[in-house]
Design a protein around this ligand. Structure first.
Ligand code: AMP
Length: 283
């Protein structure tokens, strides 16, 4: 695996690969890699001759300074894991490389996505995501971009970015990889205390409970009960919402056939976890 820290070196390498007709796949990450990230790499390996993974903990997408400071860093282990899984290139830029002084910051038109759910509770987060992903896409220019459904709203934001900026890239969204007890894998799980780790599978259990309960008609009662289930287990819930899968508008009365997704964000101790579950059983 080649590691590039500088854009100019990365660009030279990519140019060479593209000139020899090779397909380039790209997996952007913030490191502290786990099986969820590796599944994206594996999917990219199947469909491309060259796979580039980036690790950059993007300061502009953190609306909470403490969360940024405490974001796990396991770079030595990450490099070993990427090598073991035959990643071709690791792009590992520093902050000055991604955000050189004086570089203008674009504001993106993200519509409703910016103001609901994650957008509401993490002001500025998705502008930060859009900024960094746009910069990375301009550097890597992949044919295909691999994202995880774990970050459902983020996938929608990135698709919107690609649409508004008219970028020539295909997005592939891969399923959420979970621990055996259902907990969605996440770099932030490394920060959970042993006690909290025992409790957090309740998040996915609650989503599954909602998916099993939901039926045509008023769904506010189900949402209320699900919130209660999480609160009872000491979660501080930012939101638990049933939303239209295609635009994330909240659903209070379900018609029984519109595709919906159940999404939640909740803190246990001071660790914020998110998860989601699309509802499959349409009429
Ligand atoms: P992150 O490093 O958390 O910014 O995530 C980098 C990419 O990995 C994003 O596209 C995430 O959606 C994806 N990802 C993170 N966790 C998982 C998971 N448990 N399953 C599948 N993809 C994931």
């Amino acid at each position: 695996m080649v590691i590039f820290k500088k854009t100019v070196d990365l660009k030279k390498y990519i140019e060479l690969q593209k000139n020899s007709g090779k397909l380039v796949g790209f997996v952007p990450t913030m490191g502290a890699l786990h099986e969820g990230h590796i599944e994206l790499l594996k999917a990219a390996k199947i469909e491309n001759e060259v796979v580039i993974v980036s690790i950059f903990v993007n300061p502009t997408q953190f609306n909470n300074e403490e969360d940024f400071k405490k974001y796990p860093n396991t770079i030595g282990k990450d490099i070993n894991l990427l090598e073991a899984n035959e990643c071709d290139v690791l792009f590992l830029p520093g902050t000055n490389e991604m955000f050189p002084a004086g570089q203008p910051k674009t504001i993106y038109e993200l519509g409703l996505l910016e103001n609901v759910l994650e957008g509401k509770y993490r002001p500025g987060h998705f502008q930060g995501v859009a900024q960094v992903v746009h910069l990375l896409l301009k550097k890597v220019k992949p044919k295909t971009l691999y994202l995880g459904q774990k970050d459902y709203q983020q996938c929608m934001v990135i698709k919107k970015l690609i649409q508004v900026e008219n970028l020539p890239v295909v997005v592939k969204v891969m399923p959420t990889i979970r621990e055996k007890d259902g907990l969605a894998m996440s770099s932030r799980n490394l920060r959970l205390s042993p006690t909290a780790r025992q409790i957090v599978p309740k998040i996915f259990e609650t989503l599954q409970w909602v998916a099993a309960q939901i039926k045509e008609g008023d769904v506010t009662e189900i949402k209320g009960q699900a919130l209660g289930m999480l609160s009872k287990n000491n979660f501080k819930v930012d939101y638990l919402e049933i939303a239209n899968s295609l635009d994330l508008t909240p659903v209070s009365t379900w018609d029984g056939y519109t595709p919906v997704v159940i999404l939640t964000a909740a803190y246990l101790d001071d660790i914020r976890l998110i998860d989601n579950l699309p509802v499959q059983n349409f009429k």
